[in-house]
Ligand binder design. Sequence first.
Ligand code: 13P
Length: 343
Amino acid sequence: MDKEHLNQIAKALVSKNKGILAADESTGTIKKRFDTINLASNLSSRRNYRELLFTTPNINKYISGIILFDETTQQNTIEGMSFINHLNKLNIIPGVKVDQGLQNLTGSNEEMITTGLDNLESRLIEYKKIGCEFVKWRAVFSIGPNLPTKNCINTNTRLLAKYAIISQKTNLVPIIEPEVLMDGDHSIKDCYITTEQVLTETYKQLNDYGVFLKGTLLKPNMILPGSSNQIKTNPEEIAMKTIAVLKKTVPPIVPGIAFLSGGQTELEATNNLNAINIQANANNLPWELSFSYGRALQSATLKEWSGISANKKSAQTIFLQRATLTSAARQGQYSPSLENTNI
Ligand code: 13P
């Protein structure tokens, strides 16, 4: 394990004004996204869309790294350069999702575990060879009556730790993503309690497996009420509760925390990240607090593009605008009035 290299990549991914684009939607998930614009999902439409994102002029000012899906690691730009080489040329660090999706937790039809450990090491060796520098594994936890169970938390966090140590042995930085889902009508307090349990167990397992924490990043949810909960909240409360949980659970030597957007709108995810960074700056927290957004960077871009090549340029303008504003939020320098300025 090259600890210095792992630490250097982890730090570069959360460098001051930058964050990560999650473009690693699996074939099933990207189909759902394309359904919203009435576009058939096939190799070619998926390649075209990813090319639009990765070739947006100046995107490397705001995006430090991009998480790819396996299929995209094998695809090329229209000029015939592999996407991975293209990103490297732009100084954007290529990474890849290496979990292989979810299956029912044994004995449960409500909870899921993440799969992909079986042939993980050989896949990682290949990804490293073709130029990837980091990897991602997502575990999910639902909040509900008696959920998540202890079994679900223990099993999923142990898998995260095993994945992390195997990744580091291959000199790939593991992004550790234990996502407490927004679905449901639970309160912000329920999210706080569950996230605290999940993160506590995550770091216990990472320690038990000897994971080198300086060579990792955490990708957590923010502390939010369930998406169908009617009680109003605000970015300041979300930021305060999110930081409180992180302070209780995440060791200070972890270089960075890159939040997922998890179904928040682009504006919510930007406002909340901004409030988190304003409070972090005032409290001198030990980690960088950045983003690793999928939907909250892509939704408006996808809609503008709608699979029509004549819309590529205007969609790229929207993507650059969203990345610029998310980068501002990542520094606590966003204001909603910036939404109307031309980048
Ligand atoms: P969202 O930001 O859309 O939640 O996607 C991030 C991600 O990578 C989920 O695994």
